[in-house]
Design a protein around this ligand. Structure first.
Ligand SMILES: [Zn+2]
Length: 234
């Protein structure tokens, strides 16, 4: 918190009480501030900035509607190597997840050619946090053009929102009539085309709860990390 940086070196009792009050503020303000999850974005497919900015804008808006804030961080390092999928954790905190957009040459090695998949999340162990969502960009591009006649940034945004949904809600989160429908039927696609498909009330509550839980787990880990670095005997 910026205010804390101006903290005087020698505070009297009144000032101490004041600072204590300030440090307690986030706890009271918790409900007012949307829980935020950091999304590391790996554009390995070379998606043009214009398309990517529009797509992430759509994802951002869809999650804002659930009360969850997304903080985007563009990354450049490759996370395409086999074996990094399920266990991939860029910062090893549950408050951060990653989305990678893959080009055809990498998609083809991961998904059967006949599969209709546009993206996926490694299911991972039950009750374990999932960190990495994959979007098969060449397939999304083709589906937007040939299958659905839908603007590419719109479809890309909705696919990213769906896969992010799996990271936070789990692999079994499919539900008809929502962003988490799979596959989207004609009715759902009509809503995607109008940018009107959404998370339902239950999903919105669950997303907020999951992100809050991840933030608490991340905070606990930081505390544990700091405690571990304090030399014994101090
Ligand atoms: Zn799905």
């Amino acid at each position: 918190m910026e205010v804390a940086a101006a903290r005087p070196q020698s505070a009297d009792m009144t000032q101490s009480a004041f600072w204590l009050f300030l440090t307690m503020l986030p706890a009271f303000a918790h409900d007012a501030e949307p829980p935020t999850v950091t999304v590391h974005l790996y554009n390995l497919a070379g998606v043009p900035d214009g398309i990517l900015n529009q797509a992430t804008g759509i994802v951002h808006h869809l999650y804002a509607g659930t009360g969850v804030e997304l903080k985007w961080v563009r990354q450049t390092a490759s996370v395409a190597r086999p074996g990094e999928g399920n266990a991939f954790r860029p910062r090893a905190t549950p408050a951060e997840v990653s989305v990678r957009l893959l080009p055809k040459e990498l998609s083809d090695g991961l998904v059967r050619s006949g599969s209709a998949k546009l993206g996926f999340v490694y299911p991972g162990e039950k009750n374990a946090y999932r960190y990495l969502a994959t979007v098969l960009y060449d397939r999304v591009e083709r589906a937007a053009r040939e299958l659905y006649d839908i603007p590419l940034p719109l479809l890309l945004g909705y696919i990213m929102a769906h896969e992010l949904g799996h990271l936070l809600l789990g692999p079994d989160a499919h539900a008809r009539g929502t962003i988490m429908a799979c596959p989207w039927d004609t009715g759902e696609f009509r809503f995607v085309k109008r940018d009107q498909l959404r998370f339902d009330q239950k999903q919105r509550a669950e997303l907020r709860s999951q992100v809050s839980g991840r933030l608490e787990a991340a905070a606990r880990r930081v505390t544990a990390d700091v405690a571990a670095r304090v030399p014994a005997g101090n």
